[in-house]
Design a protein around this ligand. Structure first.
Ligand SMILES: *[C@@H]1O[C@H](CO)[C@@H](O)[C@H](O)[C@H]1NC(C)=O
Ligand SMILES: *[C@@H]1O[C@H](CO)[C@@H](O)[C@H](O)[C@H]1NC(C)=O
Ligand SMILES: *[C@@H]1O[C@H](CO)[C@@H](O)[C@H](O)[C@H]1NC(C)=O
Ligand SMILES: *[C@@H]1O[C@H](CO)[C@@H](O)[C@H](O)[C@H]1NC(C)=O
Length: 240
């Protein structure tokens, strides 16, 4: 591992509610994998467990990919943008795909399916040509680092839905642990996030990884890959 390690010790602040808010030990790197972190482990009833798997891409026709969770391997992502992009929320979570490598951005806004929400939520895509569709890692003043969606939706969560079909593979038996996004719905009693049947609520948490050098003929660039807060071993973390 060659990533920069500015490891800080765990830090807990006693808030006014007297519940200690902990900032667990983290490192920093310009490359990271996104690890599936099941926040309520009792809901992770799957075999193998979803917790600790990695966001990986399932190709669904060039240059589009669905985000899926894999127990064996994960894509390396980077958060792209200048300081002014950060201030203006114009950053993208990118990975490199293809030969020569070109950038693909994590997005929930897939134009052809803009309004499509199946019973398991909105698909998360990682599309070539999308310079990042409104996602970023949480800011440093927030206690934990994880992927967030930039939208005016008040409440939402990522979910992983194991053993799901993807339309592109309709003529196969392939099943995927798809990564989707679920928004809260409102009714007279307030807003509620309803986790779809067969899915589990997760955070997508950056685990420090090495961002490889690009070949000369790459269409991608790592010039604006930011140093982000990431963890060395998300699945093995002591969050307290
Ligand atoms: C990861 O999940 C654990 C419970 O399994 C939780 O305590 C922790 O806060 C989560 N971390 C993030 C960054 O979501
Ligand atoms: C999505 O819904 C909005 C509002 O109903 C509509 O204006 C827009 O054309 C729809 N987009 C697509 C791609 O169908
Ligand atoms: C990455 O950020 C730089 C700086 O704002 C920008 O010029 C470039 O287009 C971004 N890359 C992608 C693929 O969006
Ligand atoms: C996955 O889904 C298929 C088709 O719906 C079903 O036959 C199979 O039992 C499921 N497997 C698991 C492990 O849930």
């Amino acid at each position: 591992m060659t990533h920069l390690s500015t490891t800080l010790v765990a830090l807990c602040l006693l808030g006014v509610t007297s519940a200690a808010e902990c900032i667990p030990k983290y490192s920093s790197s310009n490359g990271f994998q996104l690890v599936v972190n099941v926040t309520d482990r009792t809901k992770d009833t799957y075999t193998p467990p979803v917790h600790g798997s990695f966001v990986q891409l399932a190709h669904v026709g060039p240059p589009y990919n669905r985000a899926v969770a894999s127990t064996s391997s994960g894509s390396v992502f980077y958060q792209n943008g200048t300081f002014s992009d950060i201030a203006n929320q114009r950053i993208g979570i990118l990975t490199d795909i293809g030969t020569p490598p070109f950038p693909a951005g994590v997005t929930y806004q897939f134009p052809e399916q803009q309004n499509q929400t199946d019973e398991k939520g909105k698909p998360i895509h990682v599309n070539g040509g999308a310079s990042g569709g409104g996602t970023r890692l949480t800011r440093l003043y927030e206690p934990l680092s994880y992927l967030t969606i930039l939208s005016d939706v008040v409440e939402s969560t990522f979910v992983v839905c194991p053993n799901s079909t993807i339309p592109y593979y309709a003529r196969t038996n392939y099943r995927f642990n798809v990564v989707n996004w679920v928004q809260a719905t409102r009714d007279s009693t307030g807003s509620h996030i309803v986790i779809p049947e067969g899915c589990v609520a997760v955070n997508l948490v950056p685990q420090c990884a090495t961002l490889n050098d690009l070949p000369e003929n790459a269409f991608s660039s790592h010039d604006f890959a930011q140093e982000v807060r990431c963890y060395d071993d998300v699945a093995g973390m002591d969050w307290n």
